[in-house]
Design a protein around this ligand. Structure first.
Ligand code: NAD
Length: 477
C-alpha cells in the first residue's frame, strides 16, 4: 500500500480511506493509495508554505540545481524498480515505461542545469536611479496531473518549478500515482528539504478540487481533459491565481503526394499506437493528398497491420487502455465510426494469451470520404486513426485547423517552401516536418492553442513560466 508524501513524511489520508489500484492488464486490484482529503491538501499547502520561509527557501539556485541533478541520478539508479511500477500501474509495455522513466530523469537533469542560469536585467532609467529586474519563485505551485504519462508529467511540470525555488504540491491522477510517490521518496533521500515536494493522492473532485481552490497556492499547472481544465481555471480565478492548461488534442498529419510514403507510414502508425493512443499529441487524423492516397494506404497497411497490443511483459507495440471507462469510451467511438458509415481499412490485433479482464483493444484505421465525422474532430484517446483525402494545399491547411484543438501537427512533403508555408498555416503549438514525436524533447517548448490550452512547458521557457518578475527601482543620488 502506497502513502502520500506531506511535509517529508509518508502519510495516510486524514480519514484513513483508500482507493483501489487496478492493473489495466487484468482488471484486478493489486494495491491501494490514500484517498486524500481537503484536510490533507491543507496540510500539504501549509507544509509547502513553511518550507519556503524555512529550509527550502534558503537553498541557493546552484544547490537547487545540484539537488535536481542528484534526483535525476537517483531515478536512473532505480530505473528497473520505477519501470516495473509504471508498467504495472498503467499497462505500458516495459520498453515504453522504461523510456518514460528515462525521460523523467532527463527533466530533472535539464532543469537542474537551468536552475542557476535564469538571469535578471538592469534597465537604464532616470539619472541617479538603478533598476534591477529579478526573477523570483511564484510561491506554492499546485500541479494537477493526468494518468497517461505519470512519470513524464511529474518531471515536466515539477522540475522547472523546483528549479526556480517554488514549493510544490502535486495531485496525481487517481489511476496512476505509484511512480510519482516513489520519486518523491527518492527526492527526500537525496536531500530535498521536507515540504518542498508534497504528493496528495486522491479523487479529482475531492483532493483536486480542494487544491485548485486553496487560498494558499500561487499557481496551478493543470494537465488533463478540457472539461476539468476549464473548471480548474475557474477555480484559479477565484483566488486570482495564474494557471497554465495543457489539455487535449486532435493532431493532424498532412501527407502530400511528394512525401516519402514509407517514412510517413512508419511514424504515423507508431505515433497513434504508442501508449495505446492515450497521448494528448497523438496524430489521430491523417489528411492525404488524393493523388497519393492509394500509395499511402498501402504503405500504412504494411506498417499498421503489424501493430499488436499485449501485456507489459509481452513488450509489444502497446498495452491495454488505462481503465474500464476508457475501454468503454474507445469502443463507443469504434461503434460510432460504423454508424457514421466510415470504412475500417486496417486492423492490428490483440496478442493471444492476454488476461481475460484486461482493457485491450485492437488498433484500427478508419477512412472517411470527407472531413465530416465525430471521429475526426473529437479526442478518442485510443489507438484509432482516421484517414481522409484532400486536393490542394489550402484545403489541407483548412482541414488541419478544422477542430477546436491545436496541440501538434505534422507536414509530410519534400518541398521546402511548402513545408514552411503549411507549418506556418497550422494552428498548433508544435509542428513537425517529416517526423513526429510525442511532444518533442524535453528541450522543446510545448503547449497548445485554442481549446488545447495555454501556457508553455518544456524547454527553458518553463523556467520563466514558473517564476515571476520583480522590478527594484533604487534612487542613489
Ligand atoms: P482528467 O481531466 O480527467 O484528470 C486530470 C487530473 O484532474 C486528475 O488528476 C484528476 O484527478 C483531476 N481532477 C478531476 N476533476 C477535478 C476537479 N474537479 N478539480 C480539480 N482536479 C480534478 O484527465 P485524464 O483523463 O487524467 O487525462 C486525459 C486527458 O489529459 C486527455 O484529454 C489528454 O489529452 C490530456 N492530456 C494533455 C496533455 C498536454 O500536455 N496537453 C498531456 C497529457 C494528457
Amino acid at each position: 500500500m502506497s502513502k502520500m508524501i506531506i511535509d517529508g513524511q509518508r502519510v495516510d489520508s486524514s480519514d484513513g480511506l483508500v482507493i483501489d489500484v487496478i492493473c489495466p492488464s487484468d482488471g484486478q486490484v493489486f494495491t491501494t493509495i490514500p484517498r486524500g482529503t481537503a484536510t490533507d491538501v491543507d496540510r500539504a499547502v501549509n507544509a509547502a508554505r513553511a518550507s519556503l520561509s524555512g529550509a527550502w527557501g534558503k537553498v541557493p539556485a546552484f544547490e537547487r540545481g545540484r539537488l535536481l541533478m542528484k534526483l535525476s541520478q537517483a531515478v536512473l539508479d532505480h530505473l528497473d524498480e520505477l519501470t516495473d511500477l509504471e508498467a504495472r500501474d498503467t499497462g505500458k509495455p516495459m520498453a515504453f515505461a522504461r523510456n518514460d522513466i528515462t525521460v523523467l530523469a532527463r527533466y530533472f537533469e535539464f532543469y537542474g542545469g537551468g536552475a542557476d542560469k535564469v538571469h535578471g536585467q538592469t534597465i537604464p532609467f532616470l539619472n541617479d536611479y538603478a533598476v534591477q529586474v529579478v526573477r523570483e519563485p511564484l510561491g506554492v505551485t499546485a500541479h494537477i496531473l493526468p494518468w497517461n504519462y505519470p512519470a513524464q508529467m511529474l518531471g515536466r511540470s515539477v522540475a522547472p518549478a523546483l528549479a526556480m525555488g517554488n514549493a510544490v504540491v502535486v495531485k496525481p491522477a487517481e489511476d496512476a500515482c505509484l511512480s510519482i510517490i516513489r520519486v518523491a521518496e527518492l527526492a527526500l533521500e537525496v536531500g530535498l528539504p521536507a515540504g518542498a515536494l508534497n504528493i496528495v493522492t486522491g479523487l479529482g473532485e475531492e483532493a483536486g478540487a480542494a487544491l485548485s481552490t486553496h487560498p494558499g497556492i500561487n499557481f496551478i499547472s493543470f494537465t488533463g481533459s478540457n472539461e476539468v481544465g476549464i473548471h480548474v481555471q475557474q477555480a484559479a480565478a477565484v483566488n486570482a491565481v495564474k494557471c497554465t492548461l495543457e489539455l487535449g488534442g486532435k493532431s493532424a498529419h498532412v501527407v502530400f503526394d511528394d512525401a516519402n510514403m514509407e517514412r510517413a507510414a512508419v511514424a504515423i502508425s507508431k505515433g497513434i499506437v504508442a501508449n495505446t493512443g492515450q497521448t494528448c499529441t497523438a496524430g489521430s487524423r491523417v489528411l492525404v493528398q488524393r493523388g497519393c492516397y492509394d500509395r499511402f494506404m498501402k504503405a500504412l497497411e504494411k506498417e499498421f497491420s503489424k501493430k499488436t497490443a499485449g501485456t507489459p511483459e509481452m513488450d509489444l507495440d502497446c498495452g491495454p487502455l488505462i481503465n474500464e471507462a476508457q475501454f468503454k469510451r474507445v469502443n463507443r467511438y469504434i461503434d460510432l465510426g460504423a454508424q457514421e458509415g466510415l470504412k475500417v481499412e486496417i486492423e492490428g490485433r490483440v496478442a493471444e494469451g492476454v488476461p481475460p479482464g484486461g482493457y485491450f483493444v485492437r488498433p484500427m484505421v478508419f477512412s472517411a470520404p470527407r472531413h465530416e465525422s465525430r471521429l475526426l474532430t473529437e479526442e478518442i484517446f485510443g489507438p484509432i486513426l482516421v484517414t481522409v483525402p484532400f486536393d490542394t494545399e489550402a484545403e489541407a491547411i483548412e482541414l488541419a485547423n478544422a477542430t477546436s484543438y491545436g496541440l501538434m501537427a505534422a507536414v509530410w512533403s519534400e518541398n521546402g517552401s511548402r513545408q514552411t508555408r503549411v507549418a506556418r498555416g497550422m494552428q498548433a503549438g508544435q509542428v513537425y516536418i517529416n517526423s513526429f514525436g510525442a511532444g518533442g524533447g524535453v528541450e522543446l517548448p510545448f503547449g497548445g492553442v485554442k481549446h488545447s490550452g495555454h501556457g508553455r512547458e518544456k524547454g527553458f521557457i518553463a523556467l520563466e513560466e514558473m517564476s515571476t518578475v520583480k522590478t527594484i527601482i533604487q534612487y542613489y543620488g
